[in-house]
Design a binder for this molecule. Structure first.
Ligand SMILES: Cc1ncc(COP(=O)(O)O)c(C=O)c1O
Length: 356
């Protein structure tokens, strides 16, 4: 099977992990955690990085540190991985869904204002499948209405918006380093921010809210969301290769686009003029998705359907007008997107699509 994604782990990862094992620093204290935080936040163009156990808790930690709490509302796109909504629920706040854009499949910025009321406290734009959201209108609305912005950049490490890297634009940017992400630490996540106070608050909350002055003194109930030194060691090695990974993903996308451009019924992914798409998942829209997925499978090719719209999932079921999210979710397909993918494999995948 040609997989949808596969991590590329090599000698450096093994060398740094071996260093952790040999030194005994395998929990969350150790040089790699600080190194990874400094290097990854620097890569994003943010001043501070707070490493955590996964991308879901990165979102929860960011919201908690920004003071989002029971009774608040947070606007998120209707088309995203469920973790974006769950993180809002963990704070006691309510996620409010906005439809997505026809082209980028990210939050439709023209749908945000109508969702704002007195309870609204934050917006979470999600840079879906590697394409950035249109951040300027979001930041303008947030500043006008006094809202916080937490970027869910779990799928978009290194993606660009008007010369800035995603994650560095809102109050906090949240990343995932799950095994299928652009860079991985196995499980893992990071919050990046330019606000020193928010960074300190996140450091405090991720470590049981323990007093820095008085060991085992806790003024509040907080969390254990720490990343281990072993995870961070893998992350440091992965980060050394991120530019090459993104170049490969973009090169693969250009080849896919070229080979698929005249195939009837296939809608290609966009790269808006203000964006750098990192194509975490090379994704297309098709008419008969189930049939095509079966065809691909028979040819030894794995693929994934898009996420379900949040408003149809049992815990989040609600009435609403989400025509684009409904449509894109039904037709969207993630094709093999690994950095290990070979040119002849892309040609084989496209042939299989053409033969369908
Ligand atoms: C958009 C989005 N947000 C959040 C997450 C949560 O990250 P994690 O799986 O590391 O908890 C993911 C991915 O898995 C994601 O795709």
């Amino acid at each position: 099977m040609i997989p949808v994604t596969e991590p590329l782990l090599e000698e450096k990862e093994l060398e740094y992990v071996t260093d952790c094992v040999e030194s005994g620093w395998v929990s969350s204290i150790g040089k790699y955690v600080t190194k990874f935080e400094e290097k990854f936040s620097g890569y994003c163009g943010s001043k501070h990085g707070v490493a955590v156990a996964n991308g879901t808790v990165a979102l929860h930690l960011a919201l908690a540190a920004l003071g989002i709490t029971k009774g608040d509302e947070v606007i998120i796109p209707d088309l995203t991985f469920v973790a974006t909504a769950n993180a809002v629920i963990y704070t006691g706040a309510k996620p409010v869904f906005a439809d997505v854009d026809k082209e980028t499949w990210c939050m439709d910025t023209s749908k945000i204002k109508e969702k704002i009321n007195k309870k609204t406290k934050a917006i979470i734009p999600v840079h879906l499948y590697g394409h950035p959201c249109d951040m300027d209108p979001i930041m303008e609305i947030a500043s006008e209405k006094g809202l916080k912005v937490v970027e869910d950049a779990a799928e978009a490490h290194g993606a660009g918006y008007k010369g800035k890297k995603v994650g560095s634009i809102g109050d906090v940017g949240c990343f995932s380093f799950y095994g299928n992400k652009i860079i991985t630490t196995g499980e893992g996540g990071m919050c990046v921010t330019n606000d020193g106070d928010v960074a300190k608050r996140m450091e405090f909350l991720k470590d049981h809210g323990m007093s820095k002055e008085k060991t085992y003194w806790h003024d509040e109930i907080a969390f254990n969301y720490r990343m281990t030194n072993v995870q961070a060691a893998i992350g440091v090695a992965q980060l050394e290769k991120i530019d090459g990974f993104i170049e490969t993903k973009r090169r693969n996308a250009i080849l896919y686009n070229d080979l698929l451009k005249d195939v009837k019924g296939v809608v290609l992914p966009v790269e808006k003029e203000w964006a750098k798409n990192v194509y975490w998942m090379y994704s297309i829209l098709v008419e008969e998705r189930t049939k095509l997925m079966e065809r691909l499978k028979a040819d030894g090719i794995d693929s994934r359907p898009f996420f379900y719209p949040l408003h149809v999932l049992p815990p989040y079921k609600r009435e609403g007008d989400f025509p684009v999210s409904d449509d894109v979710s039904l037709r969207g397909l993630n094709l093999p997107s690994s950095v290990k993918l070979k040119e002849e494999e892309i040609r084989k995948i496209v042939e299989s699509i053409k033969n369908d």
